[in-house]
Design a protein around this ligand. Structure first.
Ligand SMILES: Nc1ncnc2c1ncn2[C@@H]1O[C@H](COP(=O)(O)OP(=O)(O)OP(=O)(O)O)[C@@H](O)[C@H]1O
Ligand SMILES: [Mg+2]
Length: 271
């Protein structure tokens, strides 16, 4: 990653907000330095997502899924390789441009919602629009509309601590989608919810996404969520991604999905 001066930042024709991004990842690598030694987590990872693709990534604990998602979301830097977002090279953007780009084009949903505790549901969802300097009445309308879509019109003034876990996660979903991101990234979006609440949120998630056409990448250990997605990929050694089909995994040895999903990589691996 360099802080090279910005080059052209004219959005491509397909890059309007609300439309899915085309993402091209080439030879992506990530090594952490741990106890003074490099620890290679991702090596030569390739992935192509077409606008509006909806993809699940599954894979053993510790294999590098969250690391990959954080890098795609520009929250972390790769050590090597290229990420093109509608043709624009992310690894060459300077920090201020990157922050603006992230706010406008990328939505995140995490396992734990990361809502701001001192703000109401409505204010939490208004936040991305306010950061983008949207006028307050317009931000309020956008936020109230999407909170209505996730069934929370009656909870606008509740703070996160005054909401149930499923409600909090729906607020987080609304916040991620309020600006109609071109790329929506989710890391175990319903990992801390009971099964039926999780399923309801999965359906909502897909329905909203189909409506809005974002390119969607979901990392999950949940086979039900993975199965809902039109395309599934499995992350294997050092981040290599292989297509995950009904009867095995193209390009790798067939293994029972649920076993692989649950099995940790190496010792002491955890999320
Ligand atoms: N900051 C860091 N420094 C050193 N090693 C790290 C760091 N962050 C992550 N790792 C290691 O990188 C590997 C990949 O971690 P990552 O969180 O991407 O896994 P994951 O596939 O998301 O796993 P899970 O399914 O458990 O969430 C792990 O072995 C982890 O210990
Ligand atoms: Mg993880």
């Amino acid at each position: 990653m360099t802080d090279a001066p910005e080059q052209q930042h004219q959005p491509a024709p397909s890059a309007e907000p609300g439309r899915g991004a085309r993402i091209e990842v080439r030879k992506l690598g990530k090594a952490y330095i741990h106890n003074g030694k490099p620890l290679e987590v991702l090596s030569d990872v390739d992935l192509l997502l077409e606008p509006g693709d909806m993809v699940a990534i599954v894979g053993a604990s510790g294999v590098g899924k969250s690391t990959f998602l954080q890098i795609l979301g520009t929250l972390d830097l790769p050590t090597s390789g290229s990420i093109k977002f509608d043709g624009e090279e992310l690894t060459r953007m300077n920090a201020s441009r990157l922050a603006e780009f992230r706010n406008q084009r990328i939505g995140f949903v995490f396992q734990f919602h990361h809502l701001l505790p001192e703000f109401t549901a409505l204010e939490n969802v208004m936040m991305p629009a306010l950061i983008q300097r949207t006028a307050i009445p317009r931000a309020r309308k956008l936020a109230a509309d999407i909170l209505g879509r996730v069934g929370l019109s009656h909870r606008l003034t509740h703070r996160p601590s005054e909401l149930s876990g499923g409600e909090q996660q729906r607020v987080a979903l609304a916040r991620a989608m309020v600006l109609e991101p071109s790329l929506l990234l989710a890391d175990e979006p319903t990992g801390n919810l009971d099964r039926s609440t999780g399923e309801a949120i999965h359906q909502l998630f897909l329905e909203l996404n189909q409506e809005r056409g974002s390119t969607l990448l979901v990392v999950t250990h949940n086979p039900d969520l993975a199965r809902l997605m039109p395309r599934r990929m499995r992350m294997v050694d050092r981040g290599r991604l292989v297509e995950d089909t009904e009867h095995g995994y193209r390009g790798t040895q067939s293994t029972e999905a649920s076993e692989q999903i649950a099995a940790p990589v190496g010792e002491g691996a955890s999320s």
